[in-house]
Write a protein that binds this ligand. Structure first.
Ligand SMILES: [Zn+2]
Length: 263
C-alpha cells in the first residue's frame, strides 16, 4: 500500500514536472527563445551560427535560410603581458557571431594564421604573406564552389594591412565565381572611433567584456609591462568594452546591409 501511495505521488510529481516543462516550453516558444528550449529540457541547445559545431544537415538548412558566411581572421600574436595571444581571433569571432545573430548566416571558425605584426615577440606565430594569400584563396574558393551568395571577411588583426590583400584575393575569386560576392568588412567599425589599437584601452576593454578570465590587469604594474602595447591599456574596462562592441556590431550590420545592396 505504502508503495502504491509512493508511486501515485511519483506519478503526480512527474505529471506536475511535465506540465511545468510544457508551460516553460510554450513560454520559451512564445518569447522566441528557441535556442533555450534545448537547455530547458536538459539537452544541449542546437548551435545556430557556428559552422564548426553544426551537423552537415543543420548547416545546409542554415545556408538555405541565409546564404551568408562570415570568415573571421585573427592571429596568434603577442598582446602584452595581460592579454591572450589569440585576442584578435577571439574579438573577430565574437564579432561575427554577434553580427550573424542579427543578419542570419553562418560563421566559420576563426583563422589564427596571419602575416605581419609582432613577429619576434614571445608567443607570436605569424605566417608568410604568400601562405596567407594561398590559404584565403582556398577558403574563398571552397565557399564559392558551394555557391554561397555572400562571403564576409572580417580581419581582427591589423585590418589596414590585411584588408587590401583580402580585397585583392576576393576580386580574383569573384572573377572565377561571379555568383558569389565576397565583401571585406571588418570589426573596428565603431561609428565614431574606427582606429585600431594593439593591446591598449580598446583591445583590453574588449577582452574584459568578452573573456574576462583571460585578462591579467594586475600584471600591468610596472613601466616595462607596457612594452609592445598601448599605455592606455589600464583605462580598459568591461563596461567600455561592452559598449564599444555593441556599437561596432550595430554599425557593421548597417554597413553590411548597404554593401549587400550595392554589390
Ligand atoms: Zn590585436
Amino acid at each position: 500500500m505504502e508503495n502504491t501511495v509512493k508511486s501515485f505521488r511519483s506519478v503526480a510529481v512527474l505529471q506536475g514536472t511535465a506540465r511545468r516543462r510544457s508551460f516553460i516550453g510554450s513560454l520559451v516558444k512564445a518569447l522566441g527563445l528557441g535556442s533555450l528550449s534545448g537547455a530547458a529540457s536538459g539537452a544541449a541547445p542546437a548551435p545556430v551560427h557556428r559552422w564548426d559545431e553544426m551537423t552537415a544537415s543543420d548547416l545546409t538548412a542554415a545556408l538555405e535560410r541565409k546564404s551568408l558566411v562570415y570568415v573571421p581572421i585573427g592571429t596568434l600574436e603577442f598582446h602584452g603581458v595581460h592579454l591572450p595571444l589569440a585576442t584578435d581571433a577571439i574579438h573577430t569571432q565574437e564579432f561575427c557571431l554577434a553580427a550573424a545573430a542579427r543578419t542570419g548566416g553562418v560563421v566559420l571558425p576563426p583563422s589564427h594564421w596571419s602575416p605581419h605584426g609582432h613577429e619576434k615577440w614571445p608567443g607570436s606565430m605569424l605566417i608568410r604573406e604568400e601562405t596567407f594569400r594561398a590559404l584565403m584563396t582556398d577558403v574563398y574558393t571552397r565557399l564559392a564552389e558551394q555557391e554561397i551568395r555572400w562571403v564576409v571577411a572580417c580581419a581582427g588583426h591589423w585590418p589596414a594591412r590585411l584588408e587590401p590583400i583580402l580585397r585583392e584575393i576576393a576580386a580574383s575569386v569573384m572573377e572565377r565565381f561571379p555568383k558569389t560576392r565576397i565583401l571585406v568588412l571588418g570589426p573596428w567599425c565603431h561609428p565614431v572611433d574606427t582606429s585600431v589599437d594593439h593591446g591598449g584601452k580598446k583591445e583590453t576593454a574588449l577582452m574584459l567584456a568578452l573573456r574576462p578570465g583571460l585578462v591579467h590587469m594586475e600584471r600591468l604594474d610596472k613601466p616595462e609591462a607596457f612594452r609592445g602595447v598601448g599605455k592606455d591599456a589600464v583605462e580598459g574596462t568591461a563596461r567600455f568594452g561592452k559598449d564599444f562592441f555593441e556599437a561596432e556590431v550595430k554599425r557593421f550590420v548597417e554597413l553590411l546591409g548597404k554593401a549587400m545592396q550595392e554589390s
